[in-house]
Design a protein around this ligand. Structure first.
Ligand SMILES: Nc1nc2c(ncn2[C@@H]2O[C@H](COP(=O)(O)OP(=O)(O)OP(=O)(O)O)[C@@H](O)[C@H]2O)c(=O)[nH]1
Ligand SMILES: [Mg+2]
Length: 312
């Protein structure tokens, strides 16, 4: 592993053409929607919040979904809900794999749009449909969420980034939902953000150094969830003091992953570690905590704000 080939140098380059196209499409289509659902990953709510998507969709009411909440630490997810809500942003925790769970979003959407819906009623516009754009980073669960709401697999979903490639409208009751391809950053300013996105599988693995990724994951998780790590890999407490690459080697040996000559097979162990983390075999883990001080929220609105909207 070359230390100059950190994951940051690789990940900043993954902004394929379909992401540029998606941003342009969003700029056009945003005029045709009533509200935006931005899907975040409950394990990394801030790193999964794409500022470019915020900018493009800022003119419309927003709701944030902390998706994959089943993989995150429930106590921390509660703190995140409070964090978003206390900044006046509508926010819901979501497990899009749980049958019927997505229905919980309907009432909050209608709440966000109460002024618009009241205006429509006053004008006798019965049956007018609610247009919702679903946006987020790759692999965060946008299509799975829409399928859950629809009650059937209408949008293609799979466990890798870059599955959805063009816009698709999906009709569910009074809602028209627009599924969108996931979008990353043209250039990452923060190594931490890029690393967190790589951990959860939002960046194509082919361009990442898997050992670097596993070492990063080990060094993040051992400081916040040491017990889960030690229990999963049957390690003694002294393992926590090892440099990450030595810890990776120790785990490889514990699992009997050796190459000829008895050396630890760190590449195989790294692939196993990253896969197990993503499959939540280490338990429910949140990699980010809400900042102590309320930042100048760049997510929208004041509580109860009556956002001006177009009717058509
Ligand atoms: N555990 C868990 N897995 C989820 C959840 N939502 C989605 N997934 C899984 O995450 C993976 C990605 O889901 P998709 O719906 O394809 O994600 P997407 O955001 O549409 O991805 P792109 O189209 O590539 O941008 C799939 O394996 C889903 O089964 C969730 O709430 N919990
Ligand atoms: Mg998709």
């Amino acid at each position: 592993m070359n230390e100059n080939e950190g994951i940051n140098r690789r990940v900043i380059q993954w902004f394929p053409g379909h992401m540029t196209k998606t941003l342009r499409l969003m700029e056009v289509e945003i005029k045709n929607v009533d509200c935006v659902l931005q899907i975040l990953d409950a394990r990394i709510p801030l790193s999964s919040l794409n500022p470019e998507l915020e900018r493009i969709t800022a003119s419309k009411p927003h709701l944030y979904l902390l998706n994959k909440a089943d993989l995150a630490d429930p106590a921390i997810t509660k703190q995140w809900l409070h964090y978003f809500q206390s900044a006046g942003a509508g926010c819901l925790a979501m497990d899009s794999k749980q049958r019927g769970g997505a229905g919980a979003v309907k009432a909050p959407i209608e709440r966000e749009l109460s002024a618009l819906l009241a205006r429509r009623r006053n004008r006798g516009m019965v049956g007018a449909r609610i247009h919702v754009m679903v946006v987020g980073i790759p692999n965060v669960g946008k299509s799975t969420f829409i399928n859950n709401l629809a009650g059937s697999a209408r949008a293609k979903a799979a466990n890798r980034p870059g599955v959805t490639r063009g816009k698709q409208w999906i009709t569910v009751d009074e809602f028209d939902l627009m599924d969108m391809p996931g979008v990353l950053w043209k250039k990452f300013d923060s190594l931490e953000v890029a690393t967190h996105l790589a951990f959860i599988g939002s960046i194509k693995d082919d361009i990442l150094d898997i050992e670097e990724l596993a070492c990063g994951l080990l060094s993040s998780v051992r400081s916040i969830y040491p017990t889960q790590l030690l229990e999963r890999y049957k390690l003694g407490e002294d393992a926590l003091a090892l440099p990450p690459y030595d810890l990776l080697q120790a785990i490889a040996r514990k699992r009997g992953m050796l190459v000829s000559g008895g050396e630890a097979d760190t590449e195989r162990a790294a692939t196993m570690l990253v896969g197990e983390f993503r499959a939540s075999k280490w338990g429910r883990i949140s990699l980010e905590r809400p900042p102590q001080r309320q930042p100048e929220a760049d997510f929208d609105g004041e509580e109860g704000e009556d956002v001006a909207q177009d009717d058509d």
